[in-house]
Design a protein around this ligand. Structure first.
Ligand SMILES: *Cc1c(COP(=O)(O)O)cnc(C)c1O
Length: 389
């Protein structure tokens, strides 16, 4: 019953029939032109002006001095954690309610994720619960904080802005300061969001963005580190290009680097997509409003709203079932997907994944509860506004 009514209301927003994807890229500006120019010029690889241009435009969009374009958001998280000094045997605090990339990036560093609880208001880390947990589980060590139970150094924290909704970065940063943790922001989903005028990714030592095909803008595949720390940006550039040093007479490498730089072909696409960002954000906001209006008055479900004081990019619109309707979730997902409307459950919490089951953690009952009650709705910007002629 509820499932059919939910489907009817989604259909009233996304169109009466035909398949509807969860999130498709929209190319309605200079994309074809810039990619063709890259092909015509031959500058398709990691050197070339487009990469520099994309980084400048990105830094401007986020409001930080430096952006380093990379092959993926995951690569950005790995490199950012490495640059913050995360080493084998360390622990890194990561929300249990997130996409698996941050957890994997911690693992690539040889470190162990330590799961943190989220809040129902933002879907991001709950700063009060984090502070209480750290006060009881960590102690000052010779070289930063140490987890009293495991004996491992707590080196960093990844703050995720889930589904584009700004997390409580000010408060989380205070907790990080108090416990000597480097703050890395996973803003992969949050391009164009803001919290009292400030862009996600600008609070931490480093912020990470993603331009995967399903994100707000895409470079095909890609990501970036954004930062105010000039030395960190320079180091990120260096290490992401195999730590190449010297010159044409004798190229060399002065550290173990990574091949993580974004090719200029992808950056060309990114330049055009960034030009379109304001239009895409407007369309996504209109779509969020359309969903809200469509579900107005339906008991048991509501649309998840941007946190008070913040502006979300509404990367994926989320339907939140009231606790008494949580058992309807699978029926809703089934009815919608059977009808061709792509809808998805939220992430499986990280501590439920087989490879991360035994990591340290705090109480995660809010994470468990939210994961069982959220449904992601089709959110291609085009659905919120007719494509420009
Ligand atoms: C997409 C995403 C990433 C990873 O980005 P890729 O570019 O796909 O590697 C990381 N974190 C979150 C929250 C994401 O949604």
């Amino acid at each position: 019953m509820l499932a059919n009514e939910v489907l009817r209301r989604i259909r009233s927003v996304v169109g009466a029939d035909g398949p509807v994807a969860l999130h498709e890229p929209v190319f309605c500006g200079n994309e074809w032109r810039y990619v063709k120019e890259a092909l015509d010029s031959g500058w398709v690889s990691t050197a070339g002006e487009r990469g520099v241009e994309f980084e400048r435009a990105l830094a401007r969009a986020v409001g930080v001095p430096h952006a380093v374009a990379l092959v993926s958001g995951t690569a950005g998280l790995h490199l950012a954690l490495h640059l913050c000094g995360v080493r084998p045997g360390d622990e890194v605090l990561v929300p249990a309610f997130t996409f698996v990339a941050a957890a994997n990036a911690v693992h690539y560093c040889g470190a162990v994720p330590h799961w943190v609880e989220c809040s129902t208001g933002t879907l991001g880390i709950d700063p009060a619960k984090l502070a209480a947990h750290l006060s009881s589980c960590c102690a000052p060590g010779p070289d930063g904080s140490v987890n009293r139970t495991t004996g491992r150094p707590l080196r960093a924290l990844v703050l995720v802005h889930a589904f584009g909704h700004p997390a409580e970065a000010d408060a989380v940063r205070e907790v990080c300061r108090a416990h000597d943790l480097s703050l890395v922001e996973d803003a992969a989903e949050a391009l164009g969001s803001s919290d009292r005028g400030r862009h996600p990714g600008s609070w931490g030592r480093a912020g990470v963005l993603s331009f995967n095909g399903n994100k707000t803008i895409t470079t095909g595949g890609g990501g970036a580190i954004v930062t105010s720390d000039e030395a960190l940006a320079a180091r990120a550039r260096h290490l992401s290009t195999t730590a190449k040093s010297g010159g044409v007479l004798q190229w060399s490498h002065d550290a173990v680097g990574f091949n993580y730089r974004m090719p200029a072909l992808n950056a060309a696409l990114g330049c055009a997509q960034l030009e379109a960002l304001p239009r895409l954000l407007g369309a996504k906001r209109a779509l969020a409003e359309a969903y809200r209006a469509a579900f107005d008055g339906l008991e048991g479900v509501s649309l998840f709203r941007e946190p008070a004081g913040a502006k979300s990019n509404y990367w994926l619109n989320l339907l939140l079932l009231e606790p008494r309707c949580r058992d309807e979730r699978d029926a809703i997902l089934e009815a919608a997907n059977r009808d061709g409307v792509a809808t998805r459950p939220a992430w499986t919490p990280m501590h439920r994944l087989p490879m991360y089951r035994d990591c340290p953690r705090m109480d995660l009952s809010i994470t468990e509860d939210l994961a069982a009650r959220l449904i992601a709705l089709p959110s291609t910007p085009r659905l919120g506004a007719p494509p420009p002629a």
